[in-house]
Design a protein around this ligand. Structure first.
Ligand code: CA
Length: 253
């Protein structure tokens, strides 16, 4: 499990700790979430290779978490269930969980399941990309793990939501996202119906990353649709926009 990043969503601290210790001995790096909401957020921000999800959580039902995880990514999910939760197990698998393990279980067995699922779902190109640590777009370098953004040499301080928004859009430059899509990806469904709250975050984000927030060149409003991230072709920047070498030598004037 070397270099595999896992998120464990489990409210029982003792169990969560034991899982973490065991899997880290096997070489994985494991972060813990004690409730559904923070689990979803961590799964979104950390882009783990696998999520271990307890179905019995204090805030959001595990099945609901499973459904939302699936909406936001294709990360492999292993459910932890109680013997009595057979129906939930079936529903969970139908919702796209990859495997389950019944409590009580041995850590060795869990580790074996994790390895098996990771083997089965072995990193397609797209996820490698999704999981890349530094996302470079034009003048921006986004450190996905550490939530740091630089524009050129300058570090920019963003709130977690602003960072999520920027990272989410910057993964697909030029693609237009509706407010609802941005809301669900970056704030969670609890906010649905509050699409306009995205505008506030976008406005704040622009203040921080745009040279002139009144005339943004990176976070672009697409009227009637939503927003997109773009890196304008910048003749002053020789590192970008010349992949095809067109007219790369002459100034033309
Ligand atoms: Ca639990």
């Amino acid at each position: 499990m070397k270099k595999m990043k896992l998120v464990v969503i489990e409210d029982e601290v003792k169990i969560a700790r034991m899982i973490k210790d065991y899997l880290e001995k096997e070489g994985a790096s494991v972060s813990l979430a004690r409730d559904g909401a923070s689990g979803l957020q961590q799964a979104r921000e950390e882009a783990p290779h696998l999520v271990i999800l307890d179905l019995m959580l204090p805030d959001i039902n595990g099945l609901e978490i499973c459904r939302r995880l699936r909406q936001q990514s294709d990360v492999p999910i292993i459910m932890l269930t109680a013997k009595s939760q057979e129906t939930d197990r079936v529903v969970g698998l139908e919702m796209g969980a990859d495997d389950y393990i019944t409590k009580p279980f041995s850590l060795a067995e869990l580790a074996a399941r994790v390895r098996a699922v990771l083997r089965r779902t072995r990193v397609p190109e797209s996820r490698q990309n999704h999981g890349e640590k530094i996302l470079t777009r034009g003048p921006f370098a986004l450190d996905i793990e550490n939530h740091q953004v630089k524009k050129g040499p300058q570090e920019i301080l963003l709130t977690p939501t602003e960072f999520s928004l920027l990272a989410f859009m910057a993964r697909s430059p030029g693609r237009v996202f509706s407010r609802l899509q941005l809301l669900e990806a970056c704030l969670g469904e609890a906010y649905s119906g509050y699409e306009r709250s995205i505008d506030t975050h976008i406005r704040n984000l622009r203040k921080k990353i745009e040279t002139n927030p009144a005339h943004p060149e990176h976070i672009i409003t697409v009227f009637g649709l939503g927003y997109k991230f773009q890196v304008p072709a910048n003749p002053g920047d020789p590192s970008k926009g010349m992949l095809h070498g067109e007219g790369s030598s002459g100034s033309g004037m």
